[in-house]
Write a protein that binds this ligand. Structure first.
Ligand code: E4P
Length: 214
């Protein structure tokens, strides 16, 4: 399973990259806005730190505009993946971009039929937002499971990129189901590492190490 970090904060991204646990990065306009920095500068910094797929989201919502913006973003660095919203014009743009060999991440997926159409259009990744489905009383993990099954049934090349992951159990369940990728916030990466018995055990070992002669 590939793990991406869902962040535009270069400090967080650098720290996760140094741990050697991330294969790529996803960003979105809300995450970039939080940095207070220019989009292009943030993207350039991320490309310098991580050698893997880096999703950059378009702002245009018409097919022509999405394609034009997507081409500009893709020209910035070979690792850039153009993130496109799951709307009719987005799907048209995904078809056009994929025909030109430009990778896409179709974002804001909340249903299996939406995901099926994204794969038909040639999306490189589909991003089901499982946490946001849970937020409105749905079952986000079920959506991930449906997409894994549907893509598997027909050998679609589109990879399931589980997004909007809120806690370690989401990640573990996605891994069990065979999601290709999970994108997770920095906070959740740290939660994944944490176990109280590790901390207690280490404290004891370090205390006992002091008693070893020599
Ligand atoms: C994914 O690409 C999105 O940036 C992200 O996972 C959204 O997560 P949120 O629902 O926690 O904002």
């Amino acid at each position: 399973m590939k793990i991406f970090i869902d962040s535009a904060d270069i400090g967080e991204i650098r720290e996760a990259a140094e741990m050697g646990v991330i294969d790529g990065v996803t960003t979105n306009p809300s995450l970039v806005a939080k940095t207070g920095r220019k989009f292009e500068e943030v993207l350039q910094d991320i490309c310098d730190v991580v050698d893997g797929p880096i999703s950059a989201e378009v702002i245009a919502t018409d097919a022509e505009g999405i394609v034009a913006e997507g081409k500009k973003l893709a020209a910035m660095h070979p690792n850039i993946v153009v993130k496109v919203p799951l709307i009719a014009d987005g799907i048209k743009a995904v078809r056009a971009l994929s025909q030109e060999g430009i990778k896409t991440n179709v974002t804001l997926c909340f249903s299996a039929p939406q995901g099926l159409l994204a794969a038909k259009a040639g999306a490189t990744y589909i991003s089901p937002f499982l946490g946001r489905v849970d937020d409105i009383g749905g079952d986000g993990l079920e959506l991930v499971a449906q997409l894994v099954t549907i893509y598997g049934n027909y050998d679609f090349d589109t990879e399931v990129l589980a997004a909007s992951i809120r806690h370690p159990v989401h990640l573990v369940r996605c891994a069990e189901m065979g999601a290709d990728v999970a994108t997770i916030p920095h906070k959740v990466i740290l939660q994944l590492l944490k176990h109280p018995l590790t901390d207690i055990g280490l404290e004891r070992f370090l205390e006992d190490a002091k008693k070893i002669p020599g």
